[in-house]
Design a protein around this ligand. Sequence first.
Ligand code: NDP
Length: 248
Amino acid sequence: MQEVRTVFITGASSGIGASCAKLFAQEGKYRLLLCARRIEKLILLQDELLTINPSLQIHVFQLDVKNSDEVKESIASLPEEWKKIDVLINNAGLSQGLDPIQNGDLGDWDRMIDTNIKGLLYVSKAVIPFIQKSNNGHIINIGSIAGKEVYANGNVYCATKHAVDALNKAMRIDLLKDGIKVTAINPGMVETEFSEVRFHGDKERAKAVYDGLSALTPLDIAEIISFVLSRPAHVNINDLLVMPTAQA
Ligand code: NDP
């Protein structure tokens, strides 16, 4: 019988995280542990996932990855049956503001650094002891093309995703002796709430970003993650850059 793996996804309330949850529910090979700040969206998602797969085992909880105490306490107090984790998808992240550095907003900078770098570190530290109990452990870090290149006005967001790139490499080395795989998935433009968050809820500006370009869908990324997770034990995909065909 096929092993059911427990997958923990941060930032599962929308976009890539929610799409992974839906695909994994359909595939029927996973138990799902989902978190984000918007618990009401997670509860709606949970209902949808149970419609897709009525026998799905799922636990959702509210978590702000920026808050180190909250991360430590929430993860330590998970129900016992969720304290062995096979896969962590460090997906929670955001870009805010798209301005030259001289016009940057300190609040935006702090939120990006605290979420994309510190949040990823806090969650990883809290979850790794549970992954060490697995004989099939895997951490997927959602980076970005912004972790490989720097574009105009991308300054601080690009810096945070370059940090994710470095942390992905470092984690792979540090966790090698535990047999835990580590993979970075680096998307180009994906059509999600990401753009709206970037422009502080300005829907028109957000939508204009995708005009004339066939962006990736969150499902495109979810399918790639599913492929990465399905490789045999001796194969690790370290790093993938996934772009829309039409993006320069
Ligand atoms: P979304 O805005 O749709 O999703 C982001 C998710 O992160 C949401 O579920 C949000 O949930 C969660 N999140 C944000 N801040 C926190 C926090 N402090 N604590 C917990 N959860 C948080 O965008 P995407 O799906 O596109 O983004 C997912 C990842 O993909 C991000 O890391 C992003 O940087 C990366 N990426 C996206 C690209 C794109 O073009 N869309 C391109 C390259 C990379 P909530 O608000 O409920 O907390």
